[in-house]
Design a protein around this ligand. Structure first.
Ligand code: SF4
Length: 340
């Protein structure tokens, strides 16, 4: 369904070309053409989104699967996506739907109004709606309208994102989106250009702005053998997080599995992930997690004060919480997060 887009402008009053200001690509789109994401189209000088009002995926997931480990732990999140993405990562785990408009030239989905999604979230016992699987920035109009409906029902809203939205969109999200997990894929601009067709700087800038806007932030880095797994690179990322965002930002180090255009690259060795975990802890981060390795002994949250387990997890399951008013029940150290 087409729906007029938000955050766009004409290049000049007598020029039918438009600039989309939803993500940092800031595509200039002539009439009859689409932006890089292939879901936003210029019809006679007006920008429309073509992914409003239908979803390609709807699932009830543990919030831990996003991953968000410090946001209402143990709750369920009603998770939705539309086709499309503003990145074209060679390792995308959801490429069948994220690259559908680009590779298949089509946009599929099942009709679902924002109010119906919010109602389904409530009915299924979810505490939040998650905009996830593909890149929610490119379906922002739909996500924000759904977030408004979810709010009315007392539900939270979370994004799982590549962090490439514009500051203008982040300001629109503030007050509606409560939590966000951002992929920080690497600490090198050439990795972003070569592997994702994007730039690093806007992502770094947004990490800071997300915190300034009061949106709960967790960061994920997919560790890919031979691509971003050197000690130097991992240390750069960990130290950047500590320095710019503080030691309480949770860092998820995720295991790569062969996918899409990188099906010839082997899965990340567990030893590399554990090396990354040590780099994160040595750099001063309080909460570092190895992801995509169910049962790994770093899945639980440890109190930075006394070292005891305060949230015990295996896989996406939370088994026990030893917290009192958001603090360690043993020593009283405050544990960072929302809804703890
Ligand atoms: S959302 Fe990003 S990629 Fe899509 S049209 Fe807008 S600026 Fe371009």
């Amino acid at each position: 369904m087409t729906h007029e887009a938000i955050l766009w402008e004409r290049l000049a009053p007598d020029d039918l070309r438009v600039r989309c200001n939803l993500c940092a690509h800031r595509c200039v789109i002539p009439p009859g053409r689409q932006g890089v994401c292939r879901v936003r189209a210029n019809h006679d000088g007006t920008l429309f989104t073509q992914v409003y009002g239908s979803t390609i995926a709807q699932h009830v997931d543990p919030i831990e699967k996003k991953p968000l480990f410090h946001f209402h732990p143990g709750s369920k999140s009603f998770s939705i996506a539309t086709p499309g993405c503003n990145f074209r990562c060679a390792f995308c785990q959801n490429w069948e739907i994220s690259q559908m408009p680009r590779e298949q030239g089509t946009i599929l989905g099942q009709a679902a109004t924002p109010a119906a999604i919010a109602a389904a979230a409530l009915r299924t016992g979810c505490a939040s709606v998650a905009y996830t699987y593909t890149e929610p920035t490119i379906f922002a109009e739909y996500a924000l309208d759904t977030a408004r409906e979810a709010r009315k029902l007392g539900l939270k809203n979370v994004f799982v994102s590549n962090g490439y939205m514009t500051p203008e969109l982040l300001h629109e999200m503030a007050g509606l989106i409560d939590g966000i997990n951002v992929d920080l894929k690497a600490g090198r601009g050439d990795f972003y250009r070569r592997i994702s067709g994007a730039a690093l700087e806007p992502v770094l800038r947004n990490l800071t702005l997300i915190q300034e806007l009061g949106i709960w932030l967790e960061v994920t880095t997919l560790v890919i053998p031979g691509m971003n797994d050197s000690d130097d690179e991992l240390r750069w990322v960990a130290q950047y997080l500590v320095k710019e965002l503080g030691p309480d930002v949770p860092w998820h180090i995720s295991r790569f599995y062969p996918q899409y255009e990188m099906s010839d690259v082997p899965p990340t060795p567990i030893s590399s992930l554990e090396r990354a975990w040590h780099v994160g802890r040595e750099s001063g981060l309080h909460y570092v997690y190895v992801g995509n390795v169910p049962g790994h002994n770093t899945e639980s949250t440890f109190c930075p004060g006394c070292g005891r387990v305060v949230i015990e997890r295996t896989g996406y399951e939370v088994y026990r919480q030893d917290l009192k008013n958001g603090a360690c029940a043993n020593c009283g150290t405050s544990i960072a997060g929302i809804g703890l």
